[in-house]
Design a protein around this ligand. Structure first.
Ligand code: PHB
Length: 388
């Protein structure tokens, strides 16, 4: 009798040990698809570094499961993003897809998120309509209308009554142009022309010549993160600033990743955006210091913050659902409200889009380095693209 009890106990123990091992092996998989090579590699580098920092700070176990971060390079080609996403869903059985460095990459993947019921956290792409492309999209980056409208409210009150716009000719550029222009007109200012440059390898020279001839008070620019330095260089070479034409835009053109290398031409440029590395909060100071320490002094930009906050949204949803997936995981992402290095941040449960502050900033030298110094805050900005 005693022996039998002993054996049963051993058997139970073995069974429990076995289940325990199986549970410990169960993973929560995050498929992070980013441009790691090519002209938008800085976006991939920033987001990957931020995701790894988040994991280093918050552990690699969540909701009782071991987190596996699978990072893939899509070279910023939409067909590659889509193929990789398919492989991650079908073969790796990821709980969530994340990343998406450019609008076309997010749009190419959205139908797959819908079909496979896989939550898709957009950490970078910023065209308003992306969240409408699939009910499984949740965005932690920003939207161009949020930033553009804020600039169009600031400019006419600060001596800028006549403008020309110059944008990259694709989703976010067209959003920036439309929302900036409409709001400027509403505010009684003049928009002399709206110019669009190719998204890849743009030659700004002929466009800048046209702007010089039109003599606006300011040129409003959107180019995607990574392209701002070339624009600044040509703006200065063409003597635009000397001709009395101010440069304004969304913060994508004074990207923290490369701002310091832009030199004097960037000094004084006013932009509107949701994140600056010099944002004055204890949480941001901690974030910037930890990011720089882990990445050989690299300064985090707004892409890094989109990635960091995206990981926060994923981790918290994984906790709530004990490492779940599909609609349950998606629902646990909706409505999250927290403090981000950018300031207060909210994932609107209705739109699945980000609600956050937009700041007006001016590039200034601080301690010998160029920073976007925030001087005015528009609180809790919803995507204006969603109310139309
Ligand atoms: C986008 O493609 O949606 C995009 C990329 C870079 C930015 C902003 C938007 O800086």
């Amino acid at each position: 009798m005693q022996k039998r009890f002993f054996l049963n106990t051993v058997a139970l123990g073995l069974l429990l040990a076995h289940t325990g091992a199986a549970m410990a092996q169960e993973k929560f998989k995050i498929g992070l698809i980013l441009p790691m090579t090519g002209p938008f590699a800085s976006t991939g580098k920033q987001i990957e570094a931020a995701a790894r920092l988040y994991m280093a700070q918050n552990g690699d176990t969540v909701g009782g499961k071991k987190v596996e971060l699978i990072v893939k390079d899509d070279t910023s080609a939409p067909d590659v993003t889509k193929r990789i996403a398919q492989e991650l869903v079908v073969n790796d059985k990821v709980n969530v897809l994340a990343g998406f460095g450019l609008t076309p990459l997010a749009l190419a993947t959205a139908p797959l998120a819908t079909q496979s019921k896989t939550p898709m956290v957009v950490m970078a792409a910023a065209t308003s309509s992306i969240t409408q492309a699939s009910p499984y999209v949740v965005r932690t980056s920003f939207t161009l209308p949020q930033a553009a409208v804020a600039m169009a409210d600031w400019a006419p009150n600060n001596g800028i009554k006549k403008v020309v716009t110059l944008v990259s000719d694709y989703g976010p550029g067209i959003d920036a142009e439309k929302y900036f222009k409409d709001r400027m007109l509403f505010n009684g200012a003049q928009v002399l022309d709206t110019l669009r440059v190719p998204m890849r390898n743009p030659d700004f020279a002929p466009f800048l010549q046209k702007v010089r001839d039109l003599k606006p008070d300011a040129l409003f620019v959107f180019v995607p993160s990574g392209a701002g330095a070339a624009l600044m260089k040509q703006f200065s070479e063409r003597g635009m600033d000397k001709a009395g034409i101010k440069l304004i835009g969304t913060g994508d053109i004074t990207d923290d990743d490369i701002l310091n290398s832009m030199g004097d031409v960037a000094n004084g440029v006013v932009t509107s955006h949701h994140y600056s590395a010099s944002h004055n909060s204890p949480l941001n100071k901690k974030f910037v210091a930890a990011f720089e320490k882990a990445n050989a002094g690299l300064r985090p930009n707004f892409m890094a913050v989109g990635g960091y906050d995206g990981m926060r949204v994923i981790y918290e949803a994984a906790k709530t659902t004990k490492g779940g997936n599909g609609e349950a995981l998606l629902n646990a992402m909706k409505g999250q409200l927290f403090e981000s290095p950018r300031g207060p941040m909210f994932i609107d449960a209705q739109t699945r889009d980000v609600v956050h502050n937009i700041y007006i900033r001016k590039v200034e030298k601080v301690g010998g380095q160029l920073f976007n110094q925030e001087f005015s805050t528009i609180p809790d900005v919803k995507d204006p693209g969603k109310t139309k």
